[in-house]
Each structure stands twice: as structure tokens, then as C-alpha cells.
Design a protein around this ligand. Structure first.
Ligand SMILES: Cc1ncc(COP(=O)(O)O)c(C=O)c1O
Length: 458
């Protein structure tokens, strides 16, 4: 046959050798284990993509509420004092999602001027804002102090700045010290806050005690992220209680808050972890049990301080899915099947750390093969999955990637492609767009072309 005789859609390709796999059914073709069409809160994926386009982020109000309730409840069931959840804005600051969590009673945990202003614009009062982060400009601190936000101090220069503002205002400003230390279970994050082992944290507490314009009202630490070992939190709570007792012995009498940060894992598949998330990720009750047992012992009969949790990814990750569409397929020279998707690391930044679970929107037959999923960028690093077993894909097939809710709608970048819309499936079955997809005007709004560079009109 002449090459020219082949139609455009001729499916011929050179033969390749595929190693035998014992897990493939020898007697029949592959049938997707999910015989149902994939749905999100009852909404058919194909219908959503047809109505709102692809790629598309879909957030579930129901799941988000369930997640935050489950986490708070696990601690409330075990702790005698008040438990507060501070929503970590940087994990996902889509306004509607923040508003759902604030409706659930979560405070805002912010780490920049922008996040602070965003929380205020969503109606969060200053006293329900936890202001973390290593860079808080003077104007932001002035506003936060005037609005009674909780300042979590990162370093001595910041402490001096807060003291100076307190002096100017003729006030004694309440501060929380961020501590860092080695629990023995994870790599310590030493770059934020004051180190315990080196004595820095005690020096900072002494510095607060000497000042007429500062008073210590809280202790905070965030030991890391995606921490699979609940005992790390038990040790964290023990170390914080010990520091609290020492601070009290040194004359600090007003510490009424302990904040243990975030870091609980979501049901995502972290790269480098062999077990699937269902086996690797402990229940939130396991974390709560460790923390609350250590607090009970460490507080040693003191009135229980307010316990703040700043869980981010465990709250939002599986509440958001990304729908993507296959736009092309190819066979790589090494024999592997590859598919090009309309969604890549530009909007799924976390593909760099996770083997994101990927499902087909509708069941397909055909033998599954190791498949590489590429994104749409003309960049070599744009890989959604290096290797996932999927039946043969064709143009137009839809995939659902979940969990996708943590750190993507904030760390996504406008690079090469427009960012897509985000929709919300309501508790009552409704749907709404909670963030528009971008267009050219959005991206060029901040550009200016000087007159001598203006394009010719004809
Ligand atoms: C201070 C602080 N709190 C909370 C979080 C949320 O962490 P995660 O999403 O791991 O729960 C972070 C994230 O790094 C953080 O830096």
C-alpha cells in the first residue's frame, strides 16, 4: 500500500513488544474496574465538560464541609478546651471555598499582605485572622494590630518592629511565638520561627518579657507537610507544653493559645511512598489521639488553652477534581504509549510531587498499558503522570484527576495557557461558576505599550 493510500485516521503503528503481566486477564479484554460513568456529587463528568469546557476544576461543597467537620470533631471529641480551625489560605484561596470554610467556623490563617486583605474582604474580622509568614510589611502589621489579628512572630527583627508599632500606639501588643524543633520523626523545618534546641526560642520569650509593648499570648509550630506519622504530632505537643511550662515559670502568665499548624496528609499518592494512600495515610483520629493524649499529660492540670489547627491539604485536596481531555496520542520510541492532555503542570503544579490518581470519565475496554500523560505545554517538564496503567486512549477521552484541591488553585501559573474556570457543586445539587476562566484581556490588562511601539493600524 502506498503511503498516500492511507487515510488520516489510519491507526497503523509499528509493532512493539509488551512484557507479559500476570495481572491482565488472559481470557478477555480489559474492562475498567469502574463500570459506572464517573460522577462528582451526582454530576456526570462528560456533561460538566460539555457545559463548562475542559480543562475544568470542580469543587465539592459537600466534601469540603465534611472534611473540615471530621478534622475538628476528631480533636473536639478528645480535648477539653476550645478547638479552632484556621483555614490555610495558601492551600486554596478561591473565594467561595474560603467562604464555605468560614461558614463552618474556620478562622483565616494568612501569610502575606495579600492573603490578609483577602480574608478581610471576605468578611473575616481581624481577631479571627492568624497572621503567619516570614514577611509582614510594616503597613500590614499596623493594620493587623489595629484590627486585633493574631500575630505569629517569625524572627527577632519582626518582634522589634511589632514592639516599635506598639510603642507608637501606646499599647502592649499580644504576640504568638512560632517555634521550630526536631520531633525526631520528620526533617525539622528550621527556617521559620525560633529554634528550641539552640535556645533561640527562650531568648525570644525573654525578649518579649522585658518589653512593655509586647506580651506573650500564644505558641505556634508547623512541623511540616504530608506527615504520615501521627507520633510526630504527639512529640510536637509534648515539646510545646514543656516550653509553655518553662515560659510560665519565667513569668509569662497569659499564654492562652497553642497552635499546632497543619501538615496532616490528604488521600493523595505522594511520590516516593510505595503504599497506596488508602494504606499509607492514617486516620485523622490517630493524629488527634496522639496530640490530645500528649496535651493532657503536658498541660498537667492547667486550664486548657485554645487549640488551633491549621490543616490545609487534608481539608481541601479531595474536595476538588480536575477534568482533563486527551488532545493527542503517540507511541514513544521506547514503546510506551503517551497521551497529551489539555491540563498540565501549569494548572496541576502538584504533579511534581504526587502520582495523582487518574480515572476515566467513562468505562473503556482494551488492554491497559503503561501510559505517560503529558500536559499541553511546549516544555519537557510538563508531565502529569510518568506512568499510569490505562486502556488505550483516543482524542476526546476525558480523565478525572482527584485529589487536586491543595496548592493548585494558588500555585497554578499563567504560563503558555489560560487558566480554566472553577465550578462548585452545591450541597443541594446546584452548580455555579466560582472562578471564571481567563481570557486575553485578563492577561494583558497590566501590559502597557509605549506610543512609539504601538502596532500599525493597517
Ligand atoms: C504555617 C502553616 N500553617 C498551615 C499550613 C498548611 O499545611 P498543610 O496543607 O500541610 O496542612 C502551612 C503550609 O505549609 C503553613 O506553612
Amino acid at each position: 500500500m502506498e503511503d498516500s493510500d492511507r487515510g488520516d485516521d489510519d491507526a497503523w503503528e509499528p509493532p512493539f513488544i509488551q512484557p507479559h503481566r500476570h495481572d491482565i486477564n488472559k481470557f478477555g479484554r480489559y474492562a475498567s474496574p469502574d463500570q459506572e460513568r464517573a460522577r462528582i456529587d451526582g454530576h456526570d463528568i462528560e456533561d460538566l465538560a460539555a457545559a463548562y469546557g475542559s480543562p475544568l476544576f470542580v469543587a465539592s461543597e459537600r466534601r469540603l464541609r465534611e472534611n473540615v467537620r471530621r478534622i475538628r470533631q476528631a480533636f473536639e471529641n478528645r480535648y477539653e478546651g476550645t478547638v479552632v480551625h484556621g483555614w490555610s489560605y495558601k492551600t486554596n484561596y478561591t473565594s467561595a471555598l474560603c467562604s464555605i470554610l468560614h461558614q463552618e467556623g474556620s478562622w483565616a490563617e494568612v501569610v502575606s499582605r495579600f492573603e490578609y486583605e483577602k480574608a478581610r474582604s471576605l468578611g473575616v474580622p481581624g481577631r479571627r485572622i492568624i497572621f503567619n509568614g516570614p514577611h509582614k510589611p510594616r503597613e500590614s502589621l499596623e493594620r493587623a494590630i489595629a484590627e486585633e489579628a493574631r500575630l505569629h512572630v517569625d524572627h527577632l527583627d519582626e518582634l522589634s518592629l511589632i514592639e516599635a508599632i506598639g510603642r507608637d500606639r501606646g499599647e502592649c501588643v499580644p504576640v504568638t511565638l512560632r517555634l521550630n524543633f526536631n520531633t525526631g520523626y520528620t526533617d525539622p523545618w528550621t527556617r521559620f520561627g525560633f529554634n528550641l534546641e539552640s535556645g533561640q526560642a527562650h531568648e525570644a520569650a525573654a525578649r518579649v518579657r522585658r518589653s512593655r509593648h509586647l506580651r506573650l499570648t500564644g505558641l505556634h509550630s508547623h512541623i511540616g507537610t504530608f506527615i504520615l506519622e501521627p507520633r510526630a504530632y504527639g512529640e510536637q505537643a509534648r515539646l510545646m507544653c514543656r516550653f509553655l511550662a518553662e515560659a510560665e515559670a519565667d513569668g509569662h502568665t497569659g499564654i492562652d493559645t497553642l497552635d499546632i499548624g497543619g501538615g496532616f496528609p490528604s488521600m493523595n499518592a505522594l511520590q516516593g511512598i510505595y503504599l497506596p494512600p488508602e494504606q499509607a495515610v492514617p486516620e485523622v483520629d490517630d493524629y488527634a489521639a496522639e496530640v490530645c493524649a500528649a496535651l493532657k499529660e503536658g498541660l498537667d492540670g492547667r486550664p486548657p488553652p485554645t487549640l488551633i489547627l491549621e490543616s490545609g491539604r487534608a481539608v481541601v485536596d479531595d474536595a476538588v477534581s480536575l477534568i482533563a481531555t486527551v488532545t493527542g496520542t503517540k507511541r514513544l520510541p521506547d514503546g510506551r504509549r503517551a497521551a497529551i492532555l489539555d491540563a498540565g503542570i501549569n494548572i496541576l503544579f502538584t504533579a511534581l510531587w504526587y502520582h495523582h490518581p487518574v480515572k476515566l470519565a467513562r468505562p473503556k475496554t482494551g488492554e491497559p498499558e503503561e501510559t505517560v500523560l503529558y500536559g499541553p505545554l511546549c516544555m519537557n517538564i510538563d508531565v502529569v503522570r510518568q506512568s499510569v496503567r490505562l486502556p488505550p486512549l483516543v482524542v476526546g477521552d476525558r480523565l478525572v484527576i482527584n485529589p487536586a484541591g491543595a496548592y493548585n488553585n494558588t500555585q497554578w501559573m499563567q504560563f503558555i495557557e489560560y487558566r480554566p474556570p472553577v465550578i462548585l457543586t452545591h450541597r443541594d445539587g446546584g452548580l455555579s461558576v466560582i472562578r471564571d476562566g481567563e481570557g486575553l484581556d485578563d492577561l494583558c490588562r497590566h501590559d502597557h505599550v509605549p506610543p512609539h511601539l504601538a502596532p500599525p493600524l493597517d
